[in-house]
Structures are given as structure tokens and as C-alpha cells.
Design a protein around this ligand. Structure first.
Ligand SMILES: [Zn+2]
Ligand SMILES: [Zn+2]
Ligand SMILES: [Zn+2]
Length: 225
């Protein structure tokens, strides 16, 4: 047995290193896929909200034209922190999420069991996150016992307030669109964004499959490890 271990150490040390790396890459890609799925769900939620608001606004088109202060009950997407529960406290202790407080996204959830701090989380590479929208530095992240969830709520808003939301980042010359036109434009943007994210997910799934094929030959070493 002793000789066998010595043999393995000599023969397989390089491969074992590779295996550990490969496992890390798999964890990282899986986390990125989860993050992307949540971002796609957020887009779908926003699309539903736009559809709903369009219907509400169409019902009141006449009043809207007369009065910009006209108030409607609109839907709004927002993010909330939700506690991660389940299991016994001493088991959940390592469990948790690595979240980005700038993007307000879960960068590693579920499955962030090994990291005490964002610094040691597998999704971090060369000081930056590989998961969230802006690929933020490690320092924008926290390892916590909660995660971000997307929710929809009803709010009373004037037509003017709703318009402002879409005109916030636009130049003065672009502010001629009506609210309904703004909603249509936003819908188109979301469609494009969603397609890009779907493409990203697809690429990552392909990479994961390729890695899975390479890993088969190394599985013996994983078990021995
Ligand atoms: Zn971020
Ligand atoms: Zn992690
Ligand atoms: Zn991140």
C-alpha cells in the first residue's frame, strides 16, 4: 500500500493538480450559469411588468393625454434580501451565498460551501468576480446568509414619474417619446439582452460538457484523492 501511494504521488501528482483545477472551473462555470439564469428570470419578470403596465396605460390613454399627474396602479420589479435557511445551524454555517452589492446579484449560490470569505470563493479569479454583470472586484462582494430574490409589487405612480424612469439616461433630444413608446423601446432592449444572456448560458453549458468529457479519465484520481 505504501509503495502504491508513493507510486501514485510520483505518477499522478501533476494530474491531481489538474483535477483540482478542473473541479474549480466546473464550480465556477456552474455558478455563472445559475447567475445568468437568475438574470434571465429578472428580464422575463420585467417584460411581464411592462406588458401589465401597457394594459393599464391603454385603459387610461385619454386621461393621460390631458393630465401628466394622472396616477395609475403600476407594477414594479424590485430586489429583496431573503434569508437562506434549512438544515441545522452547524451544517448551514459554511453554506451561504457570495453576493455582489453593486450589481445586487447572487454570484455564487447555491453551492458556496467552501469559502469563508468572498476572497476564497471559486467564482473569483485574479481579484475579480467571473459571475456578476459588471464582473466587479472581490471587495464589492460579501459572503452572507441571505441571497437576492426578485419580486413584483404594486405602486401608485403618476404618468410623469413613469416617464422619468425611462428618460433618466437619455439626451434632451431623445425625450420626445410617449410613455407607451418608451415601454415598447424598453421591451425591445430586454429582448436583445435576453438573447445575449441565453447565448452566454449556451456557451458555458458547452464548455461544461467538454470539461466533463476530459474529466472522465481523471476520475480515478479524484476518488483516490
Ligand atoms: Zn457585481
Ligand atoms: Zn463560492
Ligand atoms: Zn460578482
Amino acid at each position: 500500500m505504501g509503495q502504491f501511494t508513493v507510486f501514485l504521488e510520483r505518477a499522478a501528482s501533476k494530474k491531481l493538480m489538474t483535477t483540482a483545477e478542473v473541479l474549480n472551473v466546473r464550480i465556477r462555470i456552474t455558478a455563472c450559469i445559475n447567475n445568468l439564469q437568475e438574470r434571465i428570470r429578472l428580464i422575463e419578470e420585467k417584460q411581464k411588468v411592462i406588458q401589465h403596465n401597457e394594459e393599464v396605460l391603454k385603459k387610461h390613454e385619454q386621461e393621460m393625454k390631458m393630465n401628466e399627474e394622472f396616477t395609475v396602479e403600476a407594477d414594479e420589479v424590485y430586489k429583496e434580501r431573503e434569508d437562506i435557511t434549512g438544515g441545522m445551524w452547524w451544517l448551514v454555517f459554511y453554506e451561504g451565498a457570495v453576493c455582489c452589492i453593486v450589481c445586487e446579484e447572487n454570484c455564487h449560490y447555491p453551492g458556496c460551501t467552501m469559502a469563508w470569505s468572498p476572497n476564497s470563493c471559486e467564482v473569483m479569479k485574479k481579484g475579480h468576480c467571473t459571475s456578476c454583470t459588471n464582473k466587479c472586484p472581490v471587495s464589492d462582494h460579501v459572503k452572507v446568509q441571505w441571497r437576492y430574490v426578485t419580486k413584483t409589487r404594486k405602486v401608485m405612480k403618476t404618468v410623469k414619474e413613469m416617464k422619468e424612469k425611462y428618460e433618466k439616461n437619455k439626451a434632451e433630444s431623445e425625450k420626445k417619446l410617449s410613455l407607451l413608446e418608451n415601454l415598447k423601446e424598453e421591451m425591445e432592449k430586454l429582448k436583445i439582452e435576453k438573447n445575449q444572456l441565453l447565448e452566454e448560458v449556451y456557451q458555458l453549458v458547452v464548455r461544461l460538457e467538454q470539461i466533463a468529457l476530459n474529466v472522465c479519465s481523471l476520475s480515478t484520481h479524484v476518488h483516490l484523492d
